[in-house]
Design a protein around this ligand. Structure first.
Ligand SMILES: Cc1ncc(COP(=O)(O)O)c(C=O)c1O
Length: 367
């Protein structure tokens, strides 16, 4: 076969490490996936019980109520000129990240390059490949921000978009959004900002790229992290009205629809902040406790600027060696940093998705 062959999925490559973790009394503490571990509030789950919404084909672009609620929520977070016209629904955000490059290329067939942070969520690169585009990783500086000056002119000339992700998965770094917007506008390049961790910042307030207007900008959002809706698949994209309209039309032809009951429950989720305040406090406390557990086995870790991952420098050997060390010492499954790009080698990512019982287990193992 000479065509595209999907690489092994990152989590599938962790099986040998998982087997080591499972040898511990009490089993593995799986910190490899940023998956919610607390169900969404019952008040939001009730909204799913909507037979009419279940019966009807849902609007691919999202119901008026869904788009109004999303617009209001992002305006509260600083979007400067957003209304329902500038918003469309997605089925969670991963499918949007993975499909955007192909749709941008359909719109502008003479360009192919997709720029994305050198240490980042792997779907930016995969989306470029799935869309027959050219993925180009942008070097990051010591603060984890993209070094925009390092991008080659030929890649700038051929770029369909540049991805930015703040807070960054996996590093927790906070990007200088204004600098990326200015760079994008100076070069006439669409900036797409993946903001699914926007409410999980620990040093400063969250920022959306739509604070800087809508022109040639897109923000991508998800309820997977904010409201623990990962299993319901709710997200949206917003910003440049002409582009949102184009994408929503193409996606409608492709049958991409967020389910009606999920749209109804999402309206409730966007309108409620209480559950997010609680979830934030849990992640913050988990991050602090994990830092302490690691400290007691001599591993130094720091609070990230945002997000709910620890990006831990390998204390011994390669990132894979270090992941094995943590599996052996603590029964903890983390992700070797090289799975987030070559520049990530030398680190591992630990998701602070632990229950109080698991924290107790880790404290015992570390003592
Ligand atoms: C940076 C980033 N973007 C997008 C996603 C996709 O999330 P979802 O498809 O659940 O909205 C994730 C999931 O972990 C992520 O870390």
């Amino acid at each position: 076969m000479s065509g595209f062959v999907p690489p092994p999925y990152p989590q599938d490559r962790l099986k040998p490490l998982a087997e080591i973790c499972e040898t511990h009394d009490g089993g593995m503490v799986n910190l490899s996936i940023g998956a919610p571990y607390v169900p969404p509030p019952a008040s939001l789950m009730k909204l799913l019980d909507d037979p009419t919404a279940a019966m009807k084909y849902p609007p691919s672009i999202g119901s008026q109520e869904f788009r109004n609620a999303a617009a209001q929520w992002l305006t509260n977070l600083g979007a400067s000129d957003l209304d329902a016209e500038g918003i469309a629904a997605s089925v969670g955000s991963k499918e949007f990240v993975a499909s955007l490059p192909g749709f941008l290329k359909l719109r502008t067939p003479d360009k192919s390059t997709i720029l994305y942070p050198g240490v980042s969520y792997p779907t930016y690169e995969m989306g470029a490949q799935l869309g027959s585009c050219k993925p180009v990783a942008v070097a990051t500086d010591e603060l984890g921000r993209m070094d925009l000056a390092s991008i080659a002119q030929k890649d700038i000339d051929d770029a369909l978009c540049i991805w930015v992700n703040t807070p960054n998965n996996p590093t927790g770094a906070l990007e200088d959004l204004q600098a990326v917007v200015e760079w994008g506008r100076a070069n006439g390049i669409l900036v797409v900002s993946d903001e699914c961790y926007i409410e999980f910042t620990w040093e400063q307030d969250a920022e959306t790229i739509l604070k800087y207007g809508n022109d040639n900008l897109l923000a991508v959002h998800s309820l997977s992290k904010r409201s623990n809706f990962a299993g319901l698949r709710s997200g949206f994209y917003a910003g440049d009205r002409e582009l949102v309209h184009y994408l929503s039309e193409v996606r409608k032809h492709g049958g991409l629809m967020q389910s009606g009951p999920v749209q109804a429950a999402s309206v409730g989720a966007f309108s409620d902040n209480g559950h997010v305040v609680e979830q934030r406090a849990m992640y913050q406390s988990n991050l602090e406790k994990l830092i302490d557990v690691l400290g007691s086995i001599g591993v130094q870790a720091e609070m990230p600027g945002g997000g709910f991952y620890l990006w831990v420098k390998a204390a011994t050997g390669t990132d894979w060696d270090f992941a094995e060390h943590l599996a052996t010492e603590l029964g903890v499954l983390g992700i070797p940093g090289s799975l987030y790009g070559e520049a990530g080698a030398g680190h591992i990512r630990l998701a602070a998705v632990v229950t109080p019982d698991q924290i107790g287990l880790l404290e015992t193992r570390a003592s």
